[in-house]
Design a protein around this ligand. Structure first.
Ligand code: ACK
Length: 1000
């Protein structure tokens, strides 16, 4: 190992490097000083090693270790080799053992300069411009002898830029940086080795690191340092832990991506009772404040008549004399019992006493005011009272009165009563003070003594009771008539009835069967009413009690029934004869009607465009197939290869001959033997659908074979198979314009389908086929019926389930499939295309996908995705389905992009790096039309004004002033301001985007 200082050059070329070391050291310090790698864990950094590096060289005179001190007297370790004059070089430099630590995937970043061979005279043939990087994994951390054969090659490293003698003269430094993945490494550590085979290199620094998702706070939860998986397509799901004084609302989760980025925040923690959120932590509420619910709300001031002395109070305590009822929310002021009622007045006649009062002057701060009325009967001395018995009736009731009045019935004549009325509210029970009442004394002088004694029941039927009573024995006054009062025993307080009788008996009719009634009777005399008789309870009879009813009536009923039955038989026979044809006509009409309404239902056919007809509306599915698909003679088909397995049988490729035409390649879907009729129908259903379409971006049906076995569907052949696997196979191979071209084709096919009123329901890259010219065509028209007819089938179709990741939320939630839900799926297809067949939402579970969509999460832009395309995706994924673009808008937007390819130059990564909001992803406009923009600021009513004035693009409005807005007819000043302020924001965003070459 050679370590030496600078002033000792061994050859011209060494000297060339020597001249540059001070430059390199300065540059290195600068480079590393401002590069922050928060998601990298460094295992080795030669620029940070203070002592000797101790790396080994083989042979000894191959690589040279040069250590220079920087201005802070810290060593800078570099290695150089430059034996370009001598042939057959094989110089090795080996690092020390590097511990793997927790890494699953390790990276080595090399910085080096390399001399251009052409700039060195006389070296042609021997001089090289590359070196090799090797590694060897081992658990042994020292004393390993160097044996080149044990090392595995990682890569040949070439310089992006080499320097010449002239550069040296001009003191131009051309430093190369190359990063390589080391491994896979499963042992405890490894060595790196650098093999030179005759180049002129200075290895200036080596940094070895692995990536991690760094400890982070998100939604009041902490997430630990997490090492990504080796497999870059799968994410690590990490559960967060709530910060102090916070609790889980939905399990907080993040996913750690391969590059050490945290993705897809789900769930959250919320501050507990008595704590509020402040800068990502939960702080205790101050005294005088409280927080009664867990959640991200602020602490509130204690409500009136309550206080809190401590910090972190979940509740405020009531002041003395104030209370909180059990069901009172903590946000409510503390309250107290009400003052007594005021101004009691009464009104008495022979039968009833009406009491009325005014509400209390102080309700105690509550609305749940009620009243209780207590009755006392007093003697001549009002101090000697006793509680009234049950003889009095209160309507509606004596306690818990909501209105400030009550009617008292059945009081005794010539008596003194005292009624005490108290007011109560929800906290009266809590107060230990005695309750204030308002009392009123009333004497009932109006009534006379009771003249009626016993009231007898003579008989009872289901609906009537006959009563009788005795004539009063010794009365001095003449009885004019009797008043009979009665009510259902169970519903006493609700209502009563009364009737009059001149005689000493009465039949009361209109009663309910098997019901107990209470009766009492009083006499009306020339000097007024007597008191009521005592109460008598009698019950009406049940059905059996009417058995003795008039036999004649029974006979009439039986005769009528027999007659009715005969009539029924005659009528039935009549309908049987005439009804069959009626039924047939109706069924036929229904089927035609169904077909007709399908056109009308929410879909207005475009003039000149055919409308899709659901084959299920045909009574006979075979008729539908033959209406829309040609029958092919199987002798014209030559099957060549099996290319896959379909839902119903093999998919083959082959050739189709048509007389007078060129033979064409076709794909042939077969229906495997042993099928049941339903499977045959479902299989051919796809042909009935496909046969109705004629568009360059919809898979073309050549015909069907139904009259011989096997049953077949013959379609055009698509050389590149399905789009998802095609893209995965050709990861990164296409230009953005090519990808946009594919997307445009799919959108155009979908526009055709939606114009025809057909909803696909399973639009996904796997259901798009690609031909040899990269033309994409929509296929797979099988799923829709299964999903529509059988609610269970959503989970049991060929794919197994409703395609959650591709399906719009309203279609998942309540099966609202429409062209707008197809637009959502189209957005997902865009994402699949731009990520070369990545699985949407990666390894997240379906449940998590649904949840995260609900929470507003949307797929981020795939790497290298132009802003304009991600915008369009986001537009397709609007929650409100009416806000999603129509396929016709999508096609014209993509056309614009294709016509103006510079609009695709700005990638989402570029925008995210804009300087406005350091560390954060700035919002870029999610609108593609004036209409969307106006919708978003709730100014949709002005769409026509903008259009009429010629403002049709976002570009065009960016310079509008308040005066311009006024001139196009926005008269309200508030609306003018809102529009102009939104334009200003938009202008800023557009400025950034247009700076980078993007135009909406
Ligand atoms: O991904 P692939 O190659 O494309 O595998 C599937 C397989 O058959 C089962 O569906 C392929 N396939 C289906 N229809 C066609 C077609 N019209 N042309 C070529 N390949 C097709 C599909």
């Amino acid at each position: 190992m050679v370590e030496r200082s600078l002033g000792n050059p061994v050859c011209i070329l060494d000297m060339s490097f020597g001249v540059k070391f001070s430059l390199i050291s300065l540059l290195l310090r600068a480079l590393f000083a401002d590069s922050s790698h928060s998601n990298q864990v460094v295992l080795l950094d030669t620029t940070a090693v203070l002592g000797e590096l101790g790396w080994k060289t083989y042979p000894m005179n191959g690589w040279d270790a040069i250590t220079e001190m920087d201005e802070h007297n810290r060593p800078i370790h570099t290695f150089q080799v430059c034996h370009v004059m001598e042939p057959n070089q094989n110089n090795w430099l080996r690092s020390n053992w590097i511990s793997r630590e927790a890494a699953q995937k390790v990276y080595a970043e090399l910085r080096f300069t390399l001399r251009d061979c052409n700039s060195i005279p006389w070296v042609s043939g021997t001089c090289k411009e590359t070196f090799n990087l090797f590694y060897m994994e081992t658990d042994e951390s020292h004393a390993i002898k160097f044996k080149p054969a044990q090392y595995t090659k990682i890569d040949t490293i070439a310089a992006d830029e080499s320097f010449t003698q002239m550069d040296l003269g001009d003191r131009i430094l051309k430093l190369n940086t190359e990063v390589r993945e080391v491994g896979p490494i499963n042992r405890k550590g490894f060595y790196l080795a650098f093999q030179d085979i005759g180049a002129c290199i200075a290895l200036v620094s080596v940094r070895v690191y692995y990536k991690k998702c760094p400890f982070t706070f998100r939604n009041l939860a902490t997430f630990p340092d997490t090492i990504p998986r080796v497999d870059s397509s799968s994410l690590v799901e990490v559960r967060g832990v709530c910060v102090k004084n916070a609790e889980e609302r939905d399990t907080p989760k993040l996913y750690c991506g391969a590059d050490g980025d945290w993705l897809v925040p789900l769930g959250r923690c919320v501050c507990s009772l008595g704590y509020e959120e402040m800068d990502g932590t939960c702080l205790a509420c101050r005294p005088g404040f409280y927080k009664a619910f867990a959640g991200n709300i602020k602490c509130s001031k204690c409500p009136p008549h309550s206080f809190s002395y401590e910090e972190g109070s979940p509740l405020c305590h009531c002041e003395k004399g104030f209370f909180r009822a059990e069901k009172d929310p903590p946000t409510m002021a503390c309250t107290r019992p009400p003052s007594p009622p005021r101004n009691v007045v009464f009104n008495i006649n022979e039968t009833s006493l009406f009491l009325e009062w005014s509400p209390p002057s102080d309700t105690g701060g509550r609305k749940d005011l009620t009243y209780n009325v207590l009755c006392k009967r007093c003697g001549a001395d009002p101090r000697h009272c006793e509680l009234c018995g049950g003889e009095l009736r209160f309507v509606p009731r004596p306690q818990g009165l909501v209105n400030a009045s009550v009617t008292v019935l059945d009081f005794t004549a010539h008596a003194n009563y005292t009624f005490e009325i108290e007011s109560l509210n929800g906290v009266s029970e809590m107060s230990s003070f005695s309750r204030p009442v308002t009392a009123v004394n009333i004497s009932t002088d109006q009534g006379g003594p009771s003249l009626v004694g016993v009231v007898r029941k003579d008989w009872a039927s289901q609906n009537s009771i006959a009563l009788s009573w005795q004539e009063p024995e010794q009365t001095t006054v003449a009885v004019l008539d009797y008043e009979i009062k009665y009510y259902e025993k169970e519903h006493e307080q609700f209502s009563y009835s009364s009737t009059r009788a001149k005689a000493l008996s009465i039949i009361i009719t209109g009663l309910k069967p098997s019901t107990r009634y209470v009766f009492h009777i009083r006499a009306r005399t020339s000097v007024g009413y007597s008191s009521y008789s005592p109460k008598f309870e009698y019950e009406t009879g049940d059905e059996t009690s009417d058995m003795a009813a008039d036999q004649g009536q029974v006979l009439v009923i039986v005769t009528a029934a027999v007659g009715g039955f005969t009539l029924l038989v005659i009528l039935t026979l009549f309908f049987l004869i005439t009804g069959r044809c009626q039924w047939y006509i109706k069924a036929k009409m229904k089927s035609d009607e169904k077909r007709r309404t399908h056109y009308q239902n929410g879909h207005i056919p475009f003039p000149g465009i055919k409308t899709y007809i659901d084959p299920d509306t045909y009574e006979d599915p075979t008729q539908a197939v033959h209406e829309f698909a040609k029958e092919i003679d199987p002798s014209r088909i030559r099957i060549e290869r099996v290319i896959g397995a379909g839902e119903f049988g093999e998919v083959c490729s082959g050739r189709l001959r048509t007389p007078g035409k060129k033979e064409i390649p076709v794909a042939i879907k077969t229906l495997k033997g042993g099928y049941v009729e339903r499977q045959r129908r479902d299989f051919l259903r796809e042909a009935s659908i496909m046969g109705q379409f004629d568009h360059p971006n919809i898979i073309r049906l050549e015909g069907v074979v139904t009259k011989s076995r096997p049953v077949m569907i013959v379609v055009e052949y698509m050389e590149n198979g399905s789009l998802d696997s095609f893209l995965r196979k050709h990861d990164g191979h296409f230009t953005v314009i090519q990808l946009v071209g594919m997307l445009r084709g799919i959108a155009s096919g979908m526009k055709y389908l939606s114009d025809m009123g057909y909803v696909h329901r399973d639009l996904a890259a796997r259901n798009i086929l690609v031909n040899s010219n990269l033309v994409c065509k929509v296929s797979d028209f099988g799923l829709s019926r299964v999903l529509e007819d059988d609610p269970e089938a959503a989970y049991t179709t060929s794919g197994g389930k409703i395609p959650i990741r591709w399906t719009a939320p309203e279609a998942i939630a309540y099966r609202k499939f429409s062209s707008a839900s197809d637009a959502w799926s189209y957005g997902i297809v865009m994402w699949e295309v731009m990520s070369y067949g990545e699985r949407p939402y990666w390894e997240m579970s379906n449940q998590d996908v649904i949840l995260s969509i609900e929470e507003g999460y949307r797929l981020p832009a795939p790497m290298g995705c132009p802003v304009a395309l991600h915008q369009l995706m986001l537009h397709c994924w609007q929650k409100e389905r009416g806000h999603r673009p129509k396929f016709t808008d999508i096609v014209s937007f993509l056309d614009k992009l294709i016509r103006n390819p510079s609009s695709l130059l700005t990638l989402v990564e570029d925008i995210q790096g804009l300087p406005d909001s350091p560390g954060e992803v700035p919002e870029y406009p999610l609108f593609i039309s004036i209409g969307d923009w106006l919708d978003s600021i709730k100014m949709s009513q002005y769409k026509n004004n903008f259009m009429a004035a010629g403002f049709t693009t976002l570009d065009s409005i960016s310079t509008m002033s308040i005066e311009d807005v006024r001139q196009i007819g926005v008269t309200l000043i508030g609306h003018q301001r809102r529009i102009v302020s939104s334009i200003q924001t938009l202008r800023l965003q557009l400025f950034h985007i247009q700076e980078k070459g993007f135009h909406v």
